[in-house]
Design a binder for this molecule. Structure first.
Ligand SMILES: [Fe+2]
Length: 399
């Protein structure tokens, strides 16, 4: 494990560091075991840290700092956080990850009703991620076949997670989720269908064919991640908080579903004459910037993508390689590669091949949306336990 070159003591950390680390690991979809494995850490030491027992923190903190997509600043007191940020300074306007690097991060998670019956269920791949961006995207393969005709056993569902989730389906995959008042639901998705799901709603994905399914699961810190809302939930007891939410009157009380789904339909928006942009998903309550768009770049064209106020994340889901350029840098955007782009960045796409390239683009804006209205919807969909978890995320996203 490469050292950060900084020496840490427990006094540098914010209160309840084990819960914060668990939340950070959840965000990048690592269990303590898979993270220890990836960084050659002493698993017992990490486990001990997460259980608030005696541990050596230096190798754990060095590994967290080294991991792409972990915003380490939440873990440290402001002055130390600033120093780490200055020294590591990993921020650039664009972060790219090649398909090869993504493959190297592959990890399999098992699920089942007991240790002895657990079988491989998911394969996770890291993708391009920028720590300051709200996105924590993953490419996930579904290794479990399910025809979608009966009820999926509860042991395959996760506990839901803190982040909002935008999902793009790259094949015939089922989305399963559980609503507090009405039980298990299913959405049978096909290629280029999409969904948005509220935080803390238990869910899972299965393949509807006998081959491996694939999705892009783009989780992001939505309204409830805002500092002002975190302050509000820390200041109130769980009962008081539930009362505040139940009594909250918002101007937009429209009853959006717990899971918003779309099936592919031609919904062309004219962003440019040079390429086609199809809005696959929009209409997330209170978050007009949260969208999934399919971009099609015809052969032998060069296109400048207008800078936007949003964070964007791109994935190449075609068999065609294109060149993405920004400032004085360029990246060969090969199939299954990904790119995270910060707001107000001009990116140029050049397709010199003789085929159309298909790129999918996810967008969201940090801090967009009404956190109290969002929490009210979560309370209705997932119950008071979800509100309790917002205060102090101490559980892994699956068992
Ligand atoms: Fe998820």
């Amino acid at each position: 494990m490469k050292s950060s070159g900084l020496q840490f003591s427990e006094l540098d950390l914010n209160p309840n560091p084990s819960a914060l680390v668990l939340r950070l690991l959840n965000q990048v979809k690592h269990t303590a075991e898979s993270f220890a494995d990836a960084y050659n850490l002493d698993f017992k030491n990490l486990e001990s840290f997460l259980n608030d027992n005696e541990s050596t923190i230096q190798p754990i903190l060095d590994s967290l700092i080294a991991h792409p997509g972990i915003d380490i600043r939440v873990l440290f007191k402001p002055k130390v956080a600033e120093k780490i940020h200055m020294i590591t300074n990993r921020e650039s306007k664009v972060v790219a990850m090649s398909a090869e690097d993504s493959m190297l991060s592959a990890r399999i998670f098992k699920r089942g009703s007991s240790e002895s019956t657990k079988t491989p269920f998911y394969k996770y791949f890291d993708t391009a991620v920028m720590p300051s961006s709200p996105f924590r995207p993953e490419l996930i393969e579904q290794l479990k076949f399910f025809d979608g005709e009966s009820e999926l056993e509860s042991c395959y569902f996760n506990n839901g997670h803190f982040e909002d989730q935008l999902t793009l389906y790259l094949g015939n995959v089922n989305l399963h989720w559980i609503e507090l008042n009405s039980g298990k639901k299913i959405f049978k998705a096909s290629k280029f269908d999409t969904s948005y799901k509220l935080p803390f709603v238990p869910h899972t994905f299965t393949s509807r064919t006998h081959s491996v399914g694939r999705i892009l699961a783009v989780t992001y810190l939505g309204p409830i991640g805002s500092r002002s809302f975190q302050d509000l939930i820390q200041k109130n007891s769980l009962d008081d908080l539930c009362k505040i939410l139940e009594n909250y009157q918002a101007t937009d009380e429209s009853n959006k579903p717990v899971v918003l789904t779309t099936s592919t339909k031609p919904n062309l928006i004219n962003l440019s004459e040079e390429f086609q942009a199809t809005l696959l998903l929009g209409g997330v309550q209170g978050q007009p910037s949260s969208t999934i768009t399919l971009l099609q770049f015809p052969r032998e064209t060069e296109t400048a993508l207008s800078p936007t106020a949003n964070h964007q994340w791109f994935f190449n889901c075609s068999n065609v390689s294109i060149k993405m350029s920004w400032d004085f840098s360029a990246f060969m955007f090969t199939p299954n590669s990904s790119i995270a782009v910060s707001p107000q960045t001009l990116v140029t796409v050049s397709n010199t091949s003789d085929k159309t390239a298909e790129i999918v683009s996810f967008a969201a804006r940090s801090g967009e949306g009404d956190p109290i209205l969002q929490a009210k919807r979560i309370l209705k969909a997932a119950g008071p336990s979800a509100i309790s978890r917002m205060r102090n995320e101490t559980s892994q996203w699956f068992n």
